[in-house]
Design a binder for this molecule. Structure first.
Ligand SMILES: Cc1ncc(COP(=O)(O)O)c(C=O)c1O
Length: 491
């Protein structure tokens, strides 16, 4: 084998050394304490196939996190790569600034048909942060345009992650990753999340009452801030950060009611929860609520090319000219306080855009990705196997370190505790030693890609490709069982 520097290298060892040296010299990994690689190698993943990826030494890993909640259809799909190549040959790039191109149009139409209710317009971006940023900007400009200029605040939940750009970070509820960048844009307001495992005493043990309390906290925040100042509520269908908090029954219907009552937009941040993660194209469909805006990214292309976006109703686009088309099904806006009636389309311009948004190659890949969803009935696969996934992970509850197992679809968090009876969590020092010091490297060494996260209480997060079946759940369970047992013995 010939390496980049011309050495004959039959085992690939010299090529690996070269990559490591280069990586140590030039790479800056995201959200990574680079000093932790000062002495050791950086993991280098070189290829993927199905539910597995392989490192530069040829070692195989079960991709229990779909990369980063992305690889819905799994790795190594030639049809997606071919769609990208075809599109790059035909039209590699053209902006969505004043122009459209066929793949973006086709994808927008297809997404509109899949999305819940009247979400009929797609504003493309390249990432989830940009999608969230765009949704907040749209909410602000929308309210200014319809004569409610005081509405700029956004309500979101504690520990929720909504992205890293300044606006998205202001919506994010993780103080630790915000602090270095303060002051952030004003207007971010936090409310409790739906972690039932750590519910306050007065609603502990009553899931429904907990859900209503958590939803009503949003109303209390709106009233505290002044309804005339609140633009939007940003919620994930299942909150990822903190370890998969599904919504209690009644939560979203109540939130919808509250948003309607105060004329506040409900943004469903589905950067993780769309495209089959919960067994539906959109997470809001699983829980039966109608958002005003859905933000998406990640799984829309299964990562074969970057893409994100937001879907909005024609009603929300009306001040920006939605009524110019003979849309037939145009409906009255459901938002209290909307200034213009149907048919009185505005002429404002949404003053926002990014060069690579709705990239033709990414849109072609997204269309091919949706073809795979349909051809292989991936939503059906998740729905028919999710009970098995849950039951398999639930087996881990017999371990003393496992406090809670929670999630829906193919999206789970396992909360680790020091004492199961009291639910006592680990100190910062223990968490550092347990998660960063032991669990993350041990799980990787054992051949499982997942995430050990302590941005809230310590959790292990799982989000495998939607093609997984029982054999993969068993493999995940066996690896977790052995590594968590070892972790407990080291405490
Ligand atoms: C709910 C949610 N919103 C937004 C983002 C930001 O997406 P991106 O990393 O593509 O900018 C993420 C990323 O994980 C996310 O989980």
């Amino acid at each position: 084998m010939s390496t980049p520097y011309g050495t004959d290298d039959p085992t690939g060892a010299a090529a690996q050394r070269h990559l490591q040296a280069s990586a140590h010299r030039h790479m800056w990994l995201h959200f990574t304490r680079m000093s932790s690689y000062a002495e050791g190698d950086m993991p280098v993943i070189v290829r993927g196939s199905g539910q597995y990826v392989y490192d530069d030494r040829g070692k195989r890993y079960l991709d229990g996190l779909s990369g980063l909640f992305v690889s819905q259809v799994g790795h190594g799909r030639a049809e997606l790569a071919e769609a990208a190549a075809r599109q790059a040959t035909e039209l590699a790039y053209f902006p969505l600034w004043s122009y459209a191109h066929p793949r973006a149009i086709e994808l927008a139409e297809r997404l509109a048909a899949l999305a819940p209710g009247d979400l009929n317009r797609v504003f493309f971006t390249t990432s989830g942060s940009e999608a969230v940023e765009s949704a907040w900007k749209l909410a602000k400009q929308y309210f200014k345009t319809i004569g409610q200029p005081g509405r700029y605040k956004v309500i979101s939940r504690e520990i929720a992650y909504h992205g890293t750009s300044m606006g998205a970070l202001a919506i994010t509820g993780l103080p630790g990753i915000k602090e270095p960048f303060e002051p952030l844009p004003p207007g971010g307001v936090r409310v409790p999340n739906t972690n039932f495992y750590r519910a306050p005493d007065f609603v502990a043990g009553d899931l429904e009452a907990f859900g209503i309390w958590a939803a009503d906290e949003i109303e209390r925040a709106i009233l505290r801030e002044g309804p005339e100042s609140v633009a939007a509520v940003f919620l994930e269908p299942v909150q990822n950060s903190g370890g998969c908090f599904p919504p209690p029954p009644g939560y979203f219907p109540r939130v919808r009611e509250i948003c309607n009552r105060y004329g506040v937009l409900l943004v469903s941040d589905e950067v993780i929860c769309a495209f089959g993660r919960l067994g539906y194209f959109f997470g809001s469909q699983r829980y039966g609520y109608q958002p005003d805006i859905i933000t998406f990214a990640k799984g829309v292309t299964s990562g074969y090319s970057p893409l994100g976006g937001m879907m909005v109703s024609d009603a929300l686009m009306e001040p920006f000219g939605a009524g110019y088309a003979d849309s037939g099904g145009f409906e009255s806006p459901r938002h209290v306080g909307h200034a213009e009636g149907p048919g009185r389309s505005g002429t404002a311009t949404f003053l926002h855009g990014v060069t690579f948004a709705g990239h033709p190659v990414s849109c072609a890949v997204a269309l091919a990705n949706l073809d795979v969803f349909e051809k292989e009935d991936l939503l059906g696969n998740v729905r028919s196997h999710e009970a098995g996934f849950r039951a398999t992970l639930e087996k881990l509850r017999d371990l003393p370190i496992v406090g809670d197992v929670r999630g829906d679809g193919y999206f789970y968090g396992i909360e680790l505790v020091k004492d199961k009876t009291t639910r006592e969590t680990f100190s910062d020092e223990e968490s550092e030693r347990l998660l960063r010091g032991f669990l993350s490297p041990a799980l990787f060494d054992a051949g499982l890609i997942c995430r050990a996260d302590d941005r809230g209480d310590p959790v292990i997060q799982l989000s495998p490709p939607l093609t997984c079946t029982q054999e993969h759940f068993d493999e995940i369970e066996q690896i977790l069982r052995s590594v968590l047992t070892e972790a407990w013995s080291q405490l």
